[in-house]
Design a protein around this ligand. Structure first.
Ligand code: FMN
Length: 343
Protein backbone atom coordinates (compact mmCIF):
# COMPACT_ATOMS: atom_id res chain seq x y z
CA UNK A 1 0.00 0.00 0.00
CA UNK A 2 1.36 3.39 -1.00
CA UNK A 3 1.70 6.37 1.29
CA UNK A 4 3.01 9.91 1.26
CA UNK A 5 6.59 8.75 1.65
CA UNK A 6 6.57 6.00 -0.96
CA UNK A 7 9.08 6.97 -3.68
CA UNK A 8 7.66 7.73 -7.11
CA UNK A 9 9.11 7.17 -10.57
CA UNK A 10 7.82 8.44 -13.90
CA UNK A 11 10.17 8.06 -16.87
CA UNK A 12 13.46 9.68 -15.77
CA UNK A 13 11.88 11.48 -12.83
CA UNK A 14 12.54 9.80 -9.48
CA UNK A 15 11.03 11.39 -6.39
CA UNK A 16 11.85 10.41 -2.82
CA UNK A 17 8.24 10.99 -1.72
CA UNK A 18 4.83 12.08 -3.03
CA UNK A 19 4.93 15.66 -1.75
CA UNK A 20 4.95 18.47 -4.30
CA UNK A 21 5.41 22.18 -3.75
CA UNK A 22 3.05 23.65 -6.37
CA UNK A 23 3.95 26.74 -8.38
CA UNK A 24 3.24 29.95 -6.44
CA UNK A 25 4.09 33.35 -7.92
CA UNK A 26 6.23 35.41 -5.59
CA UNK A 27 6.00 38.69 -7.53
CA UNK A 28 9.52 39.29 -6.28
CA UNK A 29 11.62 40.06 -9.33
CA UNK A 30 13.19 43.39 -8.47
CA UNK A 31 14.24 44.89 -11.77
CA UNK A 32 11.51 43.84 -14.19
CA UNK A 33 14.18 41.69 -15.86
CA UNK A 34 12.53 38.35 -15.09
CA UNK A 35 15.66 37.15 -13.23
CA UNK A 36 15.30 35.17 -10.00
CA UNK A 37 16.55 36.91 -6.86
CA UNK A 38 17.88 35.88 -3.45
CA UNK A 39 14.26 35.73 -2.30
CA UNK A 40 13.55 33.00 -4.84
CA UNK A 41 16.72 31.14 -3.85
CA UNK A 42 15.85 31.08 -0.15
CA UNK A 43 12.17 30.39 -0.83
CA UNK A 44 12.70 27.32 -3.02
CA UNK A 45 15.78 25.89 -1.35
CA UNK A 46 14.16 26.01 2.09
CA UNK A 47 11.30 23.83 0.80
CA UNK A 48 13.91 21.41 -0.54
CA UNK A 49 15.59 21.35 2.88
CA UNK A 50 12.07 20.95 4.27
CA UNK A 51 11.70 17.61 2.52
CA UNK A 52 9.48 18.20 -0.54
CA UNK A 53 10.00 15.52 -3.19
CA UNK A 54 9.25 17.86 -6.11
CA UNK A 55 9.55 21.64 -6.08
CA UNK A 56 7.72 23.37 -8.93
CA UNK A 57 9.06 26.86 -9.53
CA UNK A 58 6.32 29.47 -10.00
CA UNK A 59 4.78 30.54 -13.31
CA UNK A 60 7.71 31.68 -15.45
CA UNK A 61 6.79 33.42 -18.64
CA UNK A 62 7.84 33.14 -22.24
CA UNK A 63 7.81 36.87 -23.04
CA UNK A 64 7.85 40.11 -21.02
CA UNK A 65 4.23 40.97 -21.79
CA UNK A 66 3.19 37.39 -21.03
CA UNK A 67 3.67 38.01 -17.31
CA UNK A 68 0.90 38.68 -14.81
CA UNK A 69 3.05 41.52 -13.47
CA UNK A 70 6.48 42.92 -14.27
CA UNK A 71 7.69 41.35 -11.01
CA UNK A 72 7.28 37.80 -12.37
CA UNK A 73 9.99 35.41 -13.51
CA UNK A 74 10.78 34.95 -17.18
CA UNK A 75 12.70 32.60 -19.45
CA UNK A 76 12.74 34.61 -22.67
CA UNK A 77 16.48 35.29 -22.42
CA UNK A 78 19.62 33.24 -21.75
CA UNK A 79 20.49 35.81 -19.07
CA UNK A 80 17.69 34.38 -16.96
CA UNK A 81 19.23 30.89 -16.86
CA UNK A 82 22.07 31.19 -14.27
CA UNK A 83 19.95 32.41 -11.33
CA UNK A 84 17.50 29.54 -11.92
CA UNK A 85 20.35 27.04 -12.33
CA UNK A 86 21.72 28.10 -8.94
CA UNK A 87 18.33 27.45 -7.29
CA UNK A 88 17.89 24.11 -9.05
CA UNK A 89 21.40 22.91 -8.13
CA UNK A 90 20.88 23.77 -4.49
CA UNK A 91 17.47 22.04 -4.39
CA UNK A 92 19.13 18.95 -5.86
CA UNK A 93 21.79 19.07 -3.19
CA UNK A 94 19.06 18.73 -0.57
CA UNK A 95 17.29 15.84 -2.28
CA UNK A 96 14.41 17.56 -4.09
CA UNK A 97 13.70 17.33 -7.80
CA UNK A 98 12.73 20.51 -9.59
CA UNK A 99 10.19 21.50 -12.22
CA UNK A 100 9.38 24.95 -13.54
CA UNK A 101 5.98 26.12 -14.65
CA UNK A 102 6.18 27.70 -18.08
CA UNK A 103 3.32 29.98 -19.03
CA UNK A 104 1.88 33.05 -20.67
CA UNK A 105 -0.64 35.22 -18.86
CA UNK A 106 -2.63 36.11 -22.00
CA UNK A 107 -5.44 38.53 -21.18
CA UNK A 108 -4.49 38.42 -17.49
CA UNK A 109 -1.15 40.21 -18.14
CA UNK A 110 -1.87 43.20 -15.92
CA UNK A 111 1.21 45.29 -16.64
CA UNK A 112 1.35 44.67 -20.39
CA UNK A 113 0.56 47.78 -22.42
CA UNK A 114 -1.38 45.52 -24.76
CA UNK A 115 -2.30 42.06 -23.45
CA UNK A 116 -3.06 39.39 -26.04
CA UNK A 117 -5.64 36.60 -26.16
CA UNK A 118 -7.49 34.30 -28.57
CA UNK A 119 -10.35 36.82 -28.68
CA UNK A 120 -10.64 40.50 -27.65
CA UNK A 121 -12.59 39.95 -24.44
CA UNK A 122 -11.35 41.61 -21.24
CA UNK A 123 -11.17 39.63 -18.00
CA UNK A 124 -13.42 42.17 -16.25
CA UNK A 125 -14.42 45.82 -16.36
CA UNK A 126 -11.11 46.86 -14.78
CA UNK A 127 -8.94 44.96 -17.30
CA UNK A 128 -7.54 46.07 -20.63
CA UNK A 129 -9.17 44.63 -23.72
CA UNK A 130 -6.67 42.14 -25.15
CA UNK A 131 -5.61 42.14 -28.76
CA UNK A 132 -6.81 39.14 -30.75
CA UNK A 133 -3.74 37.16 -31.77
CA UNK A 134 -3.11 36.62 -35.47
CA UNK A 135 -2.08 33.16 -36.62
CA UNK A 136 1.48 34.44 -37.15
CA UNK A 137 1.57 35.78 -33.60
CA UNK A 138 0.25 32.48 -32.25
CA UNK A 139 3.06 30.66 -34.07
CA UNK A 140 5.54 33.11 -32.52
CA UNK A 141 4.28 32.44 -29.00
CA UNK A 142 4.38 28.67 -29.54
CA UNK A 143 8.01 29.05 -30.60
CA UNK A 144 8.73 31.12 -27.48
CA UNK A 145 7.26 28.36 -25.31
CA UNK A 146 9.72 25.97 -26.95
CA UNK A 147 12.66 28.32 -26.36
CA UNK A 148 11.69 28.84 -22.71
CA UNK A 149 11.53 25.06 -22.21
CA UNK A 150 14.97 24.75 -23.86
CA UNK A 151 16.35 27.26 -21.34
CA UNK A 152 14.64 25.45 -18.45
CA UNK A 153 16.35 22.23 -19.52
CA UNK A 154 19.66 24.09 -19.74
CA UNK A 155 19.07 25.37 -16.20
CA UNK A 156 18.85 21.74 -15.05
CA UNK A 157 15.17 21.02 -14.38
CA UNK A 158 14.07 17.41 -13.92
CA UNK A 159 10.69 18.01 -15.54
CA UNK A 160 8.64 20.86 -17.00
CA UNK A 161 5.08 21.93 -16.18
CA UNK A 162 3.02 23.82 -18.77
CA UNK A 163 0.50 26.23 -17.30
CA UNK A 164 -2.78 25.27 -18.91
CA UNK A 165 -4.92 26.44 -15.97
CA UNK A 166 -6.28 29.49 -14.13
CA UNK A 167 -7.44 31.52 -17.11
CA UNK A 168 -4.01 32.13 -18.63
CA UNK A 169 -3.26 31.85 -22.33
CA UNK A 170 -3.46 28.06 -22.86
CA UNK A 171 -6.66 27.92 -20.80
CA UNK A 172 -8.05 30.92 -22.75
CA UNK A 173 -7.69 28.93 -25.97
CA UNK A 174 -9.26 25.76 -24.57
CA UNK A 175 -12.40 27.52 -23.31
CA UNK A 176 -15.42 28.63 -25.34
CA UNK A 177 -15.85 31.39 -22.76
CA UNK A 178 -12.67 33.15 -23.94
CA UNK A 179 -12.10 31.65 -27.39
CA UNK A 180 -14.63 32.89 -29.96
CA UNK A 181 -12.38 32.35 -32.97
CA UNK A 182 -13.69 30.93 -36.21
CA UNK A 183 -10.33 29.72 -37.57
CA UNK A 184 -8.78 26.34 -36.73
CA UNK A 185 -7.98 27.56 -33.18
CA UNK A 186 -11.71 28.09 -32.65
CA UNK A 187 -12.70 24.84 -34.31
CA UNK A 188 -10.26 22.81 -32.21
CA UNK A 189 -10.03 24.45 -28.78
CA UNK A 190 -7.13 22.19 -27.79
CA UNK A 191 -5.04 23.06 -30.87
CA UNK A 192 -2.94 25.79 -29.24
CA UNK A 193 -2.24 23.59 -26.21
CA UNK A 194 -1.21 20.71 -28.45
CA UNK A 195 1.14 22.96 -30.41
CA UNK A 196 2.73 24.17 -27.18
CA UNK A 197 3.12 20.58 -25.98
CA UNK A 198 4.83 19.62 -29.25
CA UNK A 199 7.16 22.65 -29.01
CA UNK A 200 8.03 21.73 -25.42
CA UNK A 201 8.61 18.03 -26.14
CA UNK A 202 11.00 18.93 -28.95
CA UNK A 203 13.28 20.63 -26.42
CA UNK A 204 13.08 18.01 -23.67
CA UNK A 205 15.19 14.88 -23.32
CA UNK A 206 13.29 11.86 -24.64
CA UNK A 207 12.73 10.35 -21.22
CA UNK A 208 11.87 13.53 -19.28
CA UNK A 209 8.18 13.61 -18.32
CA UNK A 210 6.00 16.59 -19.19
CA UNK A 211 3.45 17.88 -16.68
CA UNK A 212 0.44 19.99 -17.61
CA UNK A 213 -1.59 21.98 -15.13
CA UNK A 214 -5.23 22.21 -16.10
CA UNK A 215 -8.36 23.80 -14.77
CA UNK A 216 -10.56 20.72 -14.76
CA UNK A 217 -13.69 22.86 -14.48
CA UNK A 218 -14.63 26.48 -14.84
CA UNK A 219 -16.70 28.45 -12.37
CA UNK A 220 -18.25 31.03 -14.70
CA UNK A 221 -21.81 30.69 -15.94
CA UNK A 222 -21.76 28.27 -18.88
CA UNK A 223 -18.14 27.33 -18.30
CA UNK A 224 -16.79 23.90 -19.20
CA UNK A 225 -16.96 20.95 -16.82
CA UNK A 226 -15.16 17.70 -16.14
CA UNK A 227 -16.47 16.04 -19.34
CA UNK A 228 -14.93 18.72 -21.55
CA UNK A 229 -11.70 18.87 -19.55
CA UNK A 230 -11.37 15.07 -19.72
CA UNK A 231 -11.77 15.34 -23.50
CA UNK A 232 -9.13 18.02 -24.03
CA UNK A 233 -6.80 16.39 -21.52
CA UNK A 234 -7.08 13.16 -23.50
CA UNK A 235 -5.84 15.06 -26.52
CA UNK A 236 -3.03 16.60 -24.49
CA UNK A 237 -2.07 13.15 -23.28
CA UNK A 238 -1.91 11.91 -26.87
CA UNK A 239 0.24 14.93 -27.71
CA UNK A 240 2.75 13.96 -25.01
CA UNK A 241 1.64 15.01 -21.52
CA UNK A 242 2.72 12.40 -18.96
CA UNK A 243 1.24 13.81 -15.73
CA UNK A 244 -1.69 16.15 -15.08
CA UNK A 245 -1.72 18.65 -12.22
CA UNK A 246 -5.41 19.08 -11.61
CA UNK A 247 -6.62 22.49 -10.49
CA UNK A 248 -9.77 24.47 -11.39
CA UNK A 249 -11.13 27.90 -12.23
CA UNK A 250 -9.34 31.20 -12.80
CA UNK A 251 -11.20 32.17 -15.96
CA UNK A 252 -13.37 34.81 -14.31
CA UNK A 253 -14.67 36.05 -11.02
CA UNK A 254 -15.52 33.00 -8.99
CA UNK A 255 -18.52 34.63 -7.37
CA UNK A 256 -20.19 34.81 -10.79
CA UNK A 257 -21.45 31.25 -10.78
CA UNK A 258 -20.74 28.71 -8.12
CA UNK A 259 -17.74 28.93 -5.84
CA UNK A 260 -14.98 26.41 -5.53
CA UNK A 261 -15.12 24.56 -2.27
CA UNK A 262 -13.18 26.08 0.53
CA UNK A 263 -13.23 22.78 2.37
CA UNK A 264 -10.39 20.29 2.62
CA UNK A 265 -9.48 18.36 -0.53
CA UNK A 266 -12.01 20.28 -2.65
CA UNK A 267 -10.29 19.45 -5.96
CA UNK A 268 -9.45 15.81 -5.28
CA UNK A 269 -12.63 14.49 -6.98
CA UNK A 270 -11.53 16.28 -10.18
CA UNK A 271 -8.04 14.77 -10.00
CA UNK A 272 -9.48 11.31 -9.45
CA UNK A 273 -11.83 11.69 -12.41
CA UNK A 274 -9.03 12.73 -14.77
CA UNK A 275 -6.90 9.85 -13.46
CA UNK A 276 -9.66 7.31 -14.01
CA UNK A 277 -10.95 8.65 -17.32
CA UNK A 278 -7.52 8.86 -18.94
CA UNK A 279 -5.59 6.21 -17.01
CA UNK A 280 -2.90 8.80 -16.37
CA UNK A 281 -0.98 9.86 -13.26
CA UNK A 282 -2.18 13.03 -11.55
CA UNK A 283 -1.16 15.55 -8.90
CA UNK A 284 -4.02 16.56 -6.59
CA UNK A 285 -3.95 20.04 -5.06
CA UNK A 286 -6.12 22.25 -2.90
CA UNK A 287 -6.36 22.35 0.89
CA UNK A 288 -4.54 19.13 1.57
CA UNK A 289 -2.54 20.58 4.46
CA UNK A 290 -3.52 17.90 6.94
CA UNK A 291 -0.90 15.15 6.52
CA UNK A 292 -3.41 12.43 7.37
CA UNK A 293 -5.68 13.67 4.60
CA UNK A 294 -2.82 14.06 2.09
CA UNK A 295 -1.66 10.56 2.97
CA UNK A 296 -5.19 9.19 2.47
CA UNK A 297 -5.38 10.69 -1.04
CA UNK A 298 -2.28 8.66 -1.94
CA UNK A 299 -3.32 5.54 -0.02
CA UNK A 300 -6.79 5.53 -1.59
CA UNK A 301 -5.19 5.93 -5.03
CA UNK A 302 -7.10 9.09 -5.79
CA UNK A 303 -3.89 10.74 -6.96
CA UNK A 304 -0.25 9.79 -7.45
CA UNK A 305 1.18 12.95 -5.91
CA UNK A 306 -0.21 15.69 -3.68
CA UNK A 307 0.72 19.37 -3.75
CA UNK A 308 0.72 21.56 -0.64
CA UNK A 309 0.67 25.26 -1.51
CA UNK A 310 -0.39 27.65 1.21
CA UNK A 311 0.53 25.04 3.80
CA UNK A 312 4.13 25.30 2.59
CA UNK A 313 4.01 29.10 2.59
CA UNK A 314 3.22 28.82 6.28
CA UNK A 315 5.68 26.07 6.94
CA UNK A 316 8.65 25.23 4.70
CA UNK A 317 9.15 22.09 6.81
CA UNK A 318 5.64 20.79 6.13
CA UNK A 319 7.03 17.53 4.73
CA UNK A 320 9.32 16.88 7.70
CA UNK A 321 6.46 17.48 10.12
CA UNK A 322 4.18 15.22 8.05
CA UNK A 323 6.81 12.51 8.50
CA UNK A 324 6.54 12.89 12.29
CA UNK A 325 2.72 12.87 12.16
CA UNK A 326 2.65 9.76 9.97
CA UNK A 327 5.63 8.06 11.66
CA UNK A 328 7.55 7.80 8.42
CA UNK A 329 11.15 8.64 7.71
CA UNK A 330 11.03 11.98 5.90
CA UNK A 331 14.81 12.34 5.81
CA UNK A 332 15.25 15.08 8.41
CA UNK A 333 18.60 16.83 7.73
CA UNK A 334 21.09 15.87 10.42
CA UNK A 335 21.48 19.53 11.40
CA UNK A 336 17.79 19.60 12.38
CA UNK A 337 17.65 16.24 14.17
CA UNK A 338 17.13 17.81 17.56
CA UNK A 339 14.11 19.72 16.28
CA UNK A 340 12.36 16.45 15.39
CA UNK A 341 12.77 14.22 18.43
CA UNK A 342 9.83 12.00 17.45
CA UNK A 343 11.00 11.30 13.90
C1 FMN B 1 0.69 33.13 -3.44
C2 FMN B 1 0.17 32.15 -4.44
C3 FMN B 1 0.67 32.19 -5.75
C4 FMN B 1 0.23 31.24 -6.70
N1 FMN B 1 0.82 31.22 -7.94
C5 FMN B 1 0.53 30.21 -8.80
C6 FMN B 1 1.28 30.03 -9.99
O1 FMN B 1 2.29 30.70 -10.25
N2 FMN B 1 0.88 29.03 -10.84
C7 FMN B 1 -0.18 28.22 -10.54
O2 FMN B 1 -0.50 27.34 -11.34
N3 FMN B 1 -0.86 28.34 -9.39
C8 FMN B 1 -0.52 29.29 -8.51
N4 FMN B 1 -1.15 29.34 -7.28
C9 FMN B 1 -2.11 28.26 -6.90
C10 FMN B 1 -1.39 27.17 -6.10
O3 FMN B 1 -0.42 26.51 -6.88
C11 FMN B 1 -2.38 26.11 -5.55
O4 FMN B 1 -3.01 25.47 -6.64
C12 FMN B 1 -3.45 26.74 -4.65
O5 FMN B 1 -2.85 27.59 -3.69
C13 FMN B 1 -4.30 25.67 -3.96
O6 FMN B 1 -3.51 24.81 -3.18
P1 FMN B 1 -3.38 24.99 -1.55
O7 FMN B 1 -4.76 24.91 -0.99
O8 FMN B 1 -2.50 23.85 -1.12
O9 FMN B 1 -2.75 26.34 -1.30
C14 FMN B 1 -0.76 30.29 -6.34
C15 FMN B 1 -1.27 30.30 -5.04
C16 FMN B 1 -0.81 31.18 -4.09
C17 FMN B 1 -1.34 31.11 -2.67
Amino acid sequence: MQHLFTPYKLKSLELKNRVVMPPMCQYSVEKKDGIATDWHFVHYVSRAVGGAGLVIIEMTDVEPDGRITDNDLGLWSDEQIPALARIINACHQYGAKVAIQIGHAGRKAQDAAQPVAPSPIPFDEHSKTPKELTKEEIAGIVEKFGLAVRRAVQAGVDTVELHGAHGYLIHEFQSRYTNKRTDEYGQDLALFGKEVIAAAKKEMPENMPLIMRISAREYVEGGYGIEESSAFSREYKKAGVDLFHVSAGGEGHIAAAGRPGTHAAYQVPLARKIKEALDVPVIAVGRLDDPILANAVIGNEEADLVAIGRGMLRNPYWTLEAGVALRKDAGVPVQYDRGFPGK
